[in-house]
Design a protein around this ligand. Structure first.
Ligand SMILES: Nc1ncnc2c1ncn2[C@@H]1O[C@H](COP(=O)(O)OP(=O)(O)OP(=O)(O)O)[C@@H](O)[C@H]1O
Ligand SMILES: [Mg+2]
Length: 326
């Protein structure tokens, strides 16, 4: 009976209950009214509580076997509920931290990139005004030409930052042109990494809400490859086989120890893997990751169509999800 439940803090547990009844500190009040105890168990416990506090006896032995079972059943469901509530709390805490970090990163990008460029443009404009006032026409024209170039660069930077937040292309043109654009940008930034692409789907194979999810997962997986993998070859595939839509990203890099990475805590722990998993899970998909030291890493995300109508997927448990609500 004692091994059945291990519970912490102020919540009732069988261990705690036994100890409390032995020391006479047991109180029925510790069971919340919605705890699931039947009236008769409550009555019995209350009766035993009085005798236990006076005689230092256990509360439990006086209950019938069926009642003890019910009590344990109620404790177990409460325990499971508390655990899933705690998990949910942890997940939403992590999501908030991710959101906060993302905001900080965007703020830093805007401040250091576009903010600095605008300050420089303002200074240059002031100096052009000075040149106009003092009649240095030729210098003023040259400065204005440089300024025009600087404004163009800043516009490109703004474009890059907004693309990073949400590529407008995804909404305007769809996932396939966005992926082509992404691979082009990636290859032009990282010449030494060969990307083999196998995107054999039609635009209509991907429900609208999944497009951003796929793009974000790919973006983080590719960032991780650049940051950590030391790979020279990457294979990306996005295909639909029957009722399964599958995204796979594999590299031939140095790989890593998955359990060691997930055991990291605090500032040492990144958010990318967690976010990819959460994106996959919350869109009704399944997420798998394999990694072997010196052989590389592979991420596989799959979504199952509940039927062949666009927008309907089911998760692994077979529950249908309408992706337009995700
Ligand atoms: N493709 C990969 N190859 C080798 N190691 C990887 C790869 N992807 C992830 N890792 C390892 O897993 C760890 C966790 O990755 P994760 O994306 O969660 O965090 P991060 O990239 O360190 O930080 P963040 O994503 O928050 O900027 C990394 O620190 C790295 O050690
Ligand atoms: Mg990362």
């Amino acid at each position: 009976m004692e091994q059945l439940i291990q519970q912490s803090d102020s919540q009732p547990s069988v261990n705690g209950l036994q100890q409390q009844t032995e020391t006479g500190s047991f109180s029925i009040a510790q069971f919340p009214s919605d705890f699931g105890l039947t009236k008769s168990i409550r009555r019995q416990l209350r009766k035993n509580e009085v005798s236990a506090t006076t005689k230092h006896k256990s509360v439990l032995p006086d209950l019938h076997e069926g009642e003890v079972k019910k009590l344990l059943g109620a404790m177990k469901s409460e325990e499971a509920l508390l655990r899933s509530r705690e998990e949910l709390r942890q997940i939403s805490k992590q999501l908030l931290t991710i959101q906060e970090n993302e905001r900080q990163r965007i703020a830093a990008d805007l401040h250091d990139g576009i903010g600095q460029s605008l300050s420089l443009i303002k200074l240059s404009l002031e100096s052009v005004m000075q040149q106009v006032v003092t009649g240095e026409r030729r210098e003023a024209v040259r400065s204005l030409q440089q300024l025009s170039h600087k404004v163009k660069e800043t516009m490109a930077e703004l474009h890059r930052t907004t693309m990073d937040m949400r590529p407008a292309m995804l909404d305007d043109l769809g996932i396939i042109p966005t992926l082509s654009w992404f691979f082009r940008e990636f290859e032009s930034a990282w010449h030494d990494r060969k990307v083999e692409k196998d995107v054999s789907i039609a635009e209509s194979d991907v429900p609208v809400p999944l497009k951003a999810t796929i793009f974000r997962i790919l973006q983080e997986a590719m960032n991780n490859i650049v940051k950590h993998a030391r790979a020279d070859s990457i294979h990306v595939s996005l295909k639909r086989t029957g009722d399964i839509l599958q995204l796979s990203i594999a590299d031939n890099g140095r790989g890593f120890d998955l359990s060691a990475a997930s055991a990291r805590r605090g500032s040492d722990r990144g958010f990318g893997l967690f976010t990819m998993k959460e994106r996959a899970r919350s869109s009704g998909g399944s997420f798998e990751m394999q990694s072997a030291l010196e052989s590389g890493t592979r991420i596989l995300v799959s979504w199952r169509f509940a039927n062949h109508t666009d927008g309907e997927f089911s998760d692994r448990s077979g529950r249908a999800r309408n992706l337009s609500n995700v």
